[in-house]
Design a binder for this molecule. Structure first.
Ligand SMILES: CC(C)(COP(=O)(O)OP(=O)(O)OC[C@H]1O[C@@H](n2cnc3c(N)ncnc32)[C@H](O)[C@@H]1OP(=O)(O)O)[C@@H](O)C(=O)NCCC(=O)NCCS
Length: 110
């Protein structure tokens, strides 16, 4: 089931998080989209929304989660890597034929 959440700051939506609780192909939860408005970036909002998604996935009993990001978008790749996500598949095509990489993270707390 897709779920979307918006982070609102002083009445304006500044970020969007969209998740799929169970992907039809692998049965895992996926982060589908995380976008923080340019003016609100660098304030920890992306990190807190990613943590919120992980907490929700854990609460559902999931042990790992996935997402995909554009292969060429180094800023996004570096953001997810900094949060502990690791690439498991490179240069795969999304539904629009764009080159994306699939990343995965274990949700098991050490
Ligand atoms: C990528 C994005 C979601 C990050 O959100 P943000 O709110 O700006 O990031 P945060 O302020 O929460 O940063 C969290 C951590 O990641 C690091 N980080 C953020 N962007 C980074 C980048 N481009 N490269 C390296 N590290 C980065 C921060 O330094 C921070 O580290 P810290 O916790 O040690 O201080 C946001 O910049 C964005 O929406 N970009 C455009 C869309 C996009 O790329 N979405 C992701 C693919 S779906």
């Amino acid at each position: 089931m897709p779920v979307e959440l918006a982070r609102v700051d002083q009445g304006a939506a500044v970020a969007l998080l969209s998740v799929l609780t169970r992907h039809p192909q692998d049965g895992l939860p996926w982060i589908m989209e995380l976008i923080v408005h340019g003016k609100a970036q660098g304030r920890g909002i992306g990190k807190s929304l990613a943590a919120l998604a992980e907490d929700r996935f854990r609460a559902m009993g999931a042990e790992r989660a996935r997402l995909c990001t554009f292969e060429q978008m180094s800023s996004s790749r570096e953001f997810w890597s900094a949060l502990g996500w690791r690439a498991i598949r490179h240069n795969t095509r999304n539904e629009n034929g764009q080159s994306v990489m699939v990343m995965e993270k274990s949700l098991v707390l050490a």
